[in-house]
Design a protein around this ligand. Sequence first.
Ligand SMILES: NC(=O)c1ccc[n+]([C@@H]2O[C@H](COP(=O)([O-])OP(=O)(O)OC[C@H]3O[C@@H](n4cnc5c(N)ncnc54)[C@H](O)[C@@H]3O)[C@@H](O)[C@H]2O)c1
Ligand SMILES: Cc1ncc(C=O)c(C(=O)O)c1O
Length: 310
Amino acid sequence: MNVPGICAVIGSGTMGPGIAALLARHGSEVRLNDISQEALDRAESACTAASGALDQLGTPVTEGGSVSFELDAAAALDGAELVIEAVPEEIGLKRRVLERIEAAVGTGVVIATNTSGIPISDMAAAMAHPQRLVGMHWSNPPHLIPMIEVIRGERTDPAVETATVAIVEALGYKAVVEKEVPGFVENRVLYAIMRECLSLVEQGVASQEDIDTCVKWGIGYKLAVIGPMRLLDMAGLDIYSSVSGYLNPDLSDEKGISPLVTKLTEQNRLGMKTEDGMYPYAEGEVAAKRADILRGLVTVRKALSEITPV
Ligand SMILES: NC(=O)c1ccc[n+]([C@@H]2O[C@H](COP(=O)([O-])OP(=O)(O)OC[C@H]3O[C@@H](n4cnc5c(N)ncnc54)[C@H](O)[C@@H]3O)[C@@H](O)[C@H]2O)c1
Ligand SMILES: Cc1ncc(C=O)c(C(=O)O)c1O
């Protein structure tokens, strides 16, 4: 299976531009749509930056690829063979957008949602043809993280799941096929880590800088090479039993949103997008940090590819 010739990406915030840039790199004519002209203007430079990162990575260019920026959803959807929905994580909004998408495209078109973890069946509830909705959960930044979760809802046609896996593989990425649970696999694991880290900061156990250092060098580096299930074998299951016996009852089981995150969000301190969040950012620092992160991810991915080809 090749990457579809015409793709529409609906929503061009954090995720849309990187997704579009990767599809275009693989030869697709991509229409990136948003309701905000400002978001589309920002998306143009984000696509250029994503394309630069793909150059650094050495991802070959397939002839015929392009990205166009469309305020008009109907124009973006016209002739699309694959539609990827990437609007904000709000089920009511996603349902409305999906209804509009399915009214504009043929019944054979795969409609994928990049939801971070809303069950696909919940989103498909209002669709006339729910068999073509599939979860296609990209990881941020989507043009560099070479793994996509593919999630079938109760009414997703198995052929749509198979076609989505084939598209992921045609992009040179790994597909992880899952049953639907809230958060899917990646965010269940990531949010378990983040819940514990936030709780440790809130309790004053360590500074957030030291927690970042501990996770990057102590856990992140190791897990990138071996994965948690293999790490159990490396550590010894007897050790895991002893430690988890006293540790699990002490871990955070916070059911709500972290009080620290709630406070910052109420102050509109949302992170890099508002140039203030867990960390403050001086003028120009966000662009520099983003460039450092992209450079770091390219370097690490090249190194990891030598031991585990994608
Ligand atoms: N940010 C991440 O790290 C990340 C990673 C993986 C998945 N996701 C998921 O991807 C989706 C998008 O996330 P994001 O971070 O890119 O969000 P975002 O808020 O950065 O961007 C969403 C964009 O959608 C636009 N939009 C809103 N309504 C629209 C409509 N009706 N039609 C077209 N565009 C519309 C907004 O103007 C905005 O530019 C969410 O479901 C999110 O949970 C996010
Ligand atoms: C905080 C956070 N939440 C969701 C996602 C993905 O759905 C990511 C990510 O991909 O990095 C994330 O960092």
